[in-house]
Design a protein around this ligand. Structure first.
Ligand code: FAD
Length: 389
């Protein structure tokens, strides 16, 4: 891929970053994706390479040791990696959502202490919102943190937490006032490192998004110093957690673009190689219709992601745009994976091709960072808010 330097929207430094990502993807990610996915094996070497590439600090400000990428460039980085293999993007994206909570809402002392360690990858982790009984309805969580002198004591269980096994530090959403009404006023976000009282319950087995650890995290009388409370004020955790989802949604949308691109490119190539009834299958109208739909959905998704990322970069509220991008790009990833399967026929079912992996990986994009049902509700609410009578 040598298209970076031709993109007029990129400055030289951004073009160089994307070129290094392309080289890394071609040289290191693509060759191992199928094997590691099928073995469900954690890609330790890729993680070390991600540190060297600066990916753990991709959106952290340069003053704290990060690359300070705009959402627009970051989403391109994510899409390029996801095109080769979606799963590893979760290793740095969940980590960066944790870092964003500190960068956006932390005290200066918290930023100076944590962000350089996050940016270098010395400390890696993710975000712990979901619980066994509450995912979409985050105000229904049961994990609590009670003040005890200059500490808080956490009790509860989180589930589905990306990087749960291999990460060591997580931004954990808890209730500091379980009686508060509405519930979100009693919620807070803490940075919690593994140690006494904080253990991994179990690693979860999954349909796709393999090789990357998703785990249950258990807190039993886990004592954390009071200065781990992000922003040092109780009751703001829900807003801090939900606020971080705009960038998270742009990221999931970018992963969708990557997956949808891979499915489309594989299908386009295969349809010209595979012959049936004396001609390449791309000359059969039924296949042509699919290729046209795949390409059109994909281009629309790219534009929506670009629009959302640019709006995010202006600092304006962009939940409508991020929601639309996430909704369309994730559904496109699912649709393109399924169309690629149909175009590959029986071979789509073979683990010797990547198409079956796209098909297993893509539905996660419709669930993570707010389900697509919720995206529609968010989009609709915003439409009414922005266009009142
Ligand atoms: C592989 C993987 C990785 C993940 N990583 C993380 C992570 O790192 N950190 C983290 O905190 N979480 C993570 N999650 C959890 C994910 O964010 C949740 O699964 C998601 O938010 C949905 O929550 P739920 O599974 O509890 O579904 P539920 O909330 O139980 O929803 C079930 C269904 O009901 C629908 N629904 C619920 N409420 C409404 C409503 N008001 N209106 C319309 N429909 C509604 C939902 O859209 C969905 O279709 C991960 C999940 C997976 C599968």
């Amino acid at each position: 891929m040598a298209a970076n330097t031709q993109d007029p929207m990129l400055n030289d430094e951004e073009a160089q970053i994307l070129d290094s990502i392309d080289r890394w993807v071609d040289g290191e990610v693509k060759p191992i994706a199928r094997r590691f996915d099928q073995a469900d094996e954690y890609p330790h070497e890729l993680v070390e390479q991600m540190k060297d590439l600066g990916l753990f600090g991709a959106t952290i400000a340069p003053e704290y040791g990060g690359l300070g990428l705009s959402a627009s460039v970051y989403s391109k980085v994510v899409a390029r990696i996801a095109e080769a293999w979606m799963a590893p993007t979760g290793i740095f994206n969940s980590h960066l959502i944790m870092a964003a909570a500190v960068q956006r809402h932390g005290t200066e002392a918290q930023k100076t202490h944590w962000l350089p360690k996050f940016a270098s990858g010395e400390i890696r982790g993710g975000i712990g919102l979901t619980e066994p009984n509450a995912g979409t309805d985050l105000q229904g969580i049961r994990t609590v943190a009670r003040r005890d002198g200059d500490h808080y004591v956490l009790d509860g269980t989180k589930t589905w937490i990306t990087n749960g096994v291999h990460g060591t530090c997580f931004a954990i959403l808890v209730k500091t006032d379980p009686e508060a009404q509405p519930a979100h006023r009693g919620m807070s976000l803490f940075l919690v490192e593994k140690g006494e009282g904080f253990t991994v319950g179990k690693k979860l087995k999954k349909l796709g998004y393999r090789a990357i650890d998703s785990a249950e995290l258990v807190f039993e009388h886990c004592r954390v110093p009071a200065d781990r409370l992000i922003s040092e004020a109780e009751g703001r955790g829900f807003q801090h957690a939900v606020g971080g989802l705009e960038l998270g949604r742009i990221n999931v949308a970018a992963r969708g673009v990557g997956l949808a691109t891979a499915a489309f490119k594989d299908a386009l190539r295969y349809s010209q190689e595979r012959k049936a009834f004396g001609k390449p299958i791309c000359k059969h109208q039924a296949i042509q219709l699919k290729l046209a739909d795949m390409a059109t959905r994909l281009e629309a998704s790219k534009l929506l992601v670009e629009q959302a990322a640019r709006k995010y970069d202006t600092g304006e509220r962009c939940d409508l745009e991020a929601g639309m991008a996430k909704l369309h790009a994730s559904e496109t990833a699912v649709a393109n994976s399924l169309d690629a399967m149909r175009i590959f026929g029986g071979y789509s079912y073979s683990t010797e091709y990547d198409v079956e992996r796209y098909y297993r990986d893509s539905p996660l994009m419709c669930i993570g960072e707010g389900t697509n049902e919720m995206q529609r509700i968010i989009i609709s609410r915003q439409l009414v808010e922005r266009h009142p009578l």
